[in-house]
Design a binder for this molecule. Structure first.
Ligand code: NAP
Length: 326
C-alpha cells in the first residue's frame, strides 16, 4: 500500500499544472516544491507570452495564482529537498532531506533546469559578490555601474535589456558573431543605446577573487587569442540551463545532455514515472509548453493508475473465483 497515488516533484508551471489536473481527477496529489519554489518564473519580471494576460503578468504573481489554484482542488504541497528516489521497486520511494520517506504508485518529475555557470573558477567564487545568474534578482545592486552579460540567447538579451534600467552600460560578451536570440529580442537589444557587444569572445577570467568583489573581466577573442581587460562592476551569466536530473541518473533514461527522455507523451523509461517541463525539454523551454506538458503528464498518470486498478481488480476477481476451490 502506497502513501499516495501520485507524487509530483517540482513546483514550476509543469509541476503545478500536473497538480491541478491530478487534483481535479481526484487523485489527491502531493507536490514537493523543492527549495527554489515556483521555478524559473520566480526569477522573471513581466511575462508577456502567457496566453490570457493582454498586458502581461509578473512571473511570481503567475506562480502564486497557479499554486493557489492547484491547492483549491485539493493538492497537498510541502516544501522539501528530495535527497533520493527509488524507482526500481514499487511503490516508488522518495526520501526527503529531513529523513522522511514517502511512497507513490506514480511519480511526475517536473524538477526543471538550473542556470549554467562559465566554470572558469572565478565566476562561482564571486557568485553573490558581483557575479549573478539572475538579473531580476540582482540588477538593482548595479545602479550607475557598468556591467557585462555573457551569452547570446534570449535569456542574455532579456537580461541585458532589463539591466539597462540600472547600469550605465551593459557589455554583452558572445562567443560567436551572431546571436541565437529570437529576432524580436535581437532588434530590442541592438536598438538599446546602453548595450554594446563584444563578438567572437569569451570571459576568460573575472577579477578580483582576492578582494571578494568584481572589478573587471578578462575577455579572450576566440579568433585571435588576444586578451583584453575590461573594467566593470558586475557580471551576469545567461548561457542556458542544465536539467535537474542527478537524482534520477542510473534509474531512468537520460539523453546525452542529461535531459529525461520521454516517449509517447510524458512517459519515461520507467512505467509509472512521467516527466514534464524543462527537465525533459531542451527545445521549446517556455512556461506555456511546460504547463502543457504538465497537463499531459497528469493525464498519462491518471490512465496508468486506471490500468493498475483494473489489473488489481482482475487479480482480486481471479483470486476470489479460484480461492474457494484452492
Ligand atoms: P540558449 O538559447 O541555449 O542560449 C545560450 C547562449 O549562451 C547561446 O548564445 C550560447 O552560445 C551561449 N553559451 C552556452 N554555453 C556557453 C559557454 N560555456 N560560454 C559562453 N557562452 C555560452 O539559452 P537561453 O537564452 O537561456 O534560452 C533558453 C530557451 O528559453 C530558448 O528556447 C529561448 O528562446 C527561451 N527564452 C525565451 C525568452 C523570451 O521569449 N522572452 C526569454 C528567455 C529564454 P551559442 O549561441 O554559440 O550556442
Amino acid at each position: 500500500m502506497s502513501d499516495r497515488k501520485v507524487i509530483i516533484i517540482g513546483s514550476g508551471p509543469a509541476g503545478l499544472t500536473a497538480a491541478l489536473y491530478t487534483a481535479r481527477a481526484n487523485l489527491k496529489p502531493l507536490l514537493i516544491e523543492g527549495l527554489e519554489a515556483g521555478g524559473q518564473l520566480m526569477l522573471t519580471t513581466m511575462v508577456e507570452n502567457w496566453p490570457g494576460f493582454r498586458d502581461g503578468i509578473m512571473g511570481p504573481d503567475l506562480m502564486t495564482e497557479m499554486k493557489a489554484q492547484a491547492e483549491r482542488f485539493g493538492t497537498d504541497i510541502i516544501r522539501g529537498d528530495v535527497m533520493s528516489v527509488d524507482l526500481r521497486n514499487r511503490p516508488f520511494t522518495i526520501r526527503l532531506g529531513d529523513g522522511k520517506t514517502m511512497t507513490a504508485d506514480s511519480l511526475i518529475i517536473a524538477t526543471g533546469a538550473s542556470a549554467r555557470w562559465l566554470e572558469i573558477g572565478s565566476d562561482r567564487k564571486l557568485s553573490g559578490h558581483g557575479v549573478s545568474t539572475c538579473a531580476t534578482c540582482d540588477g538593482y545592486f548595479f545602479r550607475g555601474k557598468p556591467i557585462a552579460v555573457a551569452g547570446g540567447g534570449d535569456s542574455a538579451m532579456e537580461e541585458a535589456i532589463y539591466l539597462t534600467r540600472f547600469a550605465t552600460k551593459v557589455t554583452v560578451i558572445h562567443r560567436r558573431d551572431s546571436l541565437r536570440a529570437s529576432k524580436i529580442m535581437q532588434d530590442k537589444a541592438f536598438a538599446n543605446p546602453k548595450i554594446e557587444f563584444i563578438w567572437d569572445s569569451e570571459i576568460a577570467d573575472i577579477s578580483d577573487v582576492a578582494r571578494g568583489e568584481v572589478t573587471g573581466i578578462v575577455v579572450r577573442n576566440l579568433k585571435t587569442g588576444t586578451l583584453t581587460q575590461v573594467p566593470l562592476d558586475g557580471v551576469f551569466i545567461a548561457i542556458g540551463h542544465t536539467p535537474n536530473t542527478e537524482l534520477f541518473r542510473g534509474q531512468i533514461e537520460l539523453d546525452e545532455t542529461g535531459y529525461i527522455v520521454t516517449r509517447d507523451g510524458s512517459r519515461t523509461s520507467v512505467p509509472g514515472v512521467f516527466a514534464a517541463g524543462d527537465v525533459q525539454d531542451h527545445i521549446y523551454r517556455q512556461a506555456v509548453t511546460a504547463a502543457g506538458s504538465g497537463c499531459m503528464a497528469a493525464i498519462d498518470a491518471e490512465r496508468y493508475l486506471e490500468g493498475l486498478s483494473v489489473a488489481v481488480e482482475a487479480t482480486d476477481a481471479a483470486a476470489y473465483s479460484t480461492g474457494p476451490q484452492a
